[in-house]
Design a protein around this ligand. Structure first.
Ligand code: NAG
Ligand code: NAG
Ligand code: NAG
Ligand code: NAG
Ligand code: NAG
Length: 349
């Protein structure tokens, strides 16, 4: 009976593999198939599935080793594309640990105990098709050397990284998402400059005292909250035509540190400058939709910051305006505001 099942399913395997199965689709069926693992996993090509992991017969290019108390990386059959190693106690990635895993597309190693000293110089260098690397919630003090240039999504937040070297990310032409938040980075230098495809950059909760030089030109979301930035360079957003969301709450920004037309750029949809030291409302574009300025030291409701001209066709598109925790009250809002801020559905003061 069991033998028949093996033969039947292994005959179907190549068929499944060639149909590009959704890697997450498997998760929904996982429990139901659990009883077949023992009999089937040894049968798949490219090496045996290690005992401590699950290699589902219905999705033979995935290997699930997450949450099993592993302290080392198991041997990986060469067919594996999606490798789940998160939530273990893995402390090292030696040079040879991934040597056979040349087909990996996803490598999920978050929530382990990796330190930078225990990652081999060439640990990741053979993974030429790797697109997603999750290393968040480890104990790394630097970005591992020689990461594959093929990466699209790198999450390395919640570590102890202090420095990012220009060579760490150089040539990652396809990198789209970079999560470096909750580290101890003081300066990024020009390390982001070459990231042609980067659209999402999360640098919140670091130790930056200035905005990184040379930002990638296709940024769409840029998160910088909880740093120590007190000023912005001239033409900070000038080259970032696609930027829609910028979050800079909980920094040390003052009026003096913000050149006057910094935020009067048309693409911006959301601007969060809450919990800074601003005394004036910065000039923003009439296209802006959400502006967060709560918990600053703003003393005046300057309508000119939103509308330089007010008439039937010239008005602000602001929908959300938050101003509570400043030094103004409702009485400070001039009556002409109704015309300029006609789209605002929520003004908190
Ligand atoms: C890689 O594959 C070779 C040949 O099959 C095998 O001898 C070796 O143990 C494998 N290494 C790892 C780390 O899995
Ligand atoms: C991370 O490193 C710190 C400092 O060396 C150490 O105290 C801590 O136990 C480490 N944490 C883990 C999860 O390895
Ligand atoms: C980026 O993606 C393209 C298209 O998928 C691919 O041809 C190219 O080799 C990738 N670049 C790198 C550096 O891997
Ligand atoms: C913002 O920029 C626009 C277009 O460049 C300009 O017409 C407008 O006067 C500026 N707003 C303010 C308040 O300076
Ligand atoms: C705004 O006002 C200017 C000057 O009065 C006018 O030329 C323009 O057409 C108006 N509308 C918009 C949408 O800018």
């Amino acid at each position: 009976m069991r033998l028949e099942t093996v033969i039947l399913l292994s005959a179907l395997l190549p068929l499944c593999a060639s149909h590009g199965w959704d890697p997450l689709g498997w998760l929904f069926h996982r429990q139901g198939h659990a009883q077949y693992f023992g009999s089937l996993q040894a049968d798949t090509p490219g090496g045996e599935c290690p005992e401590e992991c699950d290699c589902p017969p219905t999705f033979p290019v995935a290997m699930y080793c997450d949450g099993r108390g592993l302290t080392a990386i198991p041997s990986i059959p060469s067919r594996i594309k999606y490798l789940y190693l998160q939530n273990n106690a893995i402390s090292a990635v030696p040079d040879l640990a991934l040597v056979n895993a040349t087909n990996l597309v996803w490598l999920l190693l978050h929530h382990n105990q990796l330190t930078s000293e225990a990652i081999g110089m060439k640990a990741f260098s053979k993974l030429e098709g790797l697109e997603r690397l999750f290393l968040h919630h480890n104990n790394l003090t630097s970005i591992p050397p020689n990461l594959p240039r093929s990466l699209r999504d790198l999450k390395i937040n919640h570590n102890r990284i202090e420095k990012v070297l220009p060579t760490d990310l150089e040539g990652m032409d396809n990198l789209t998402i970079l999560h470096l938040h909750d580290n101890a980075v003081t300066d990024l230098g020009t390390s982001l400059k070459s990231l042609k495809s980067l659209t999402q950059l999360d640098m919140s909760n670091n130790k930056l005292i200035k905005v990184p030089d040379a930002l990638p030109e296709h940024l769409h979301q840029f998160y910088l909250e909880f740093n120590s930035i007190n000023s912005l360079p001239d033409d900070f957003l000038g080259g970032l035509a696609q930027l829609q969301y910028i979050r800079m709450s909980h920094n040390q920004l003052t009026d003096k540190g913000i050149p006057s037309n910094t935020f009067n750029v048309t693409g911006l949809v959301e601007l969060d400058l809450s919990y800074n030291k601003l005394e004036r409302i910065p000039i923003v574009s009439t296209r802006l939709q959400h502006l967060y300025l709560q918990a600053n030291q703003i003393k005046e409701f300057s309508l000119g910051s939103f509308c330089s001209i007010v008439d039937v066709t010239n008005f602000s598109n602001l929908q959300t305006l938050r101003l509570e925790g400043n030094e103004i009250s409702k009485e400070d809002i001039p009556s002409e505001s109704a015309l300029c801020l006609r789209r605002a559905s929520s003004i908190q003061i």
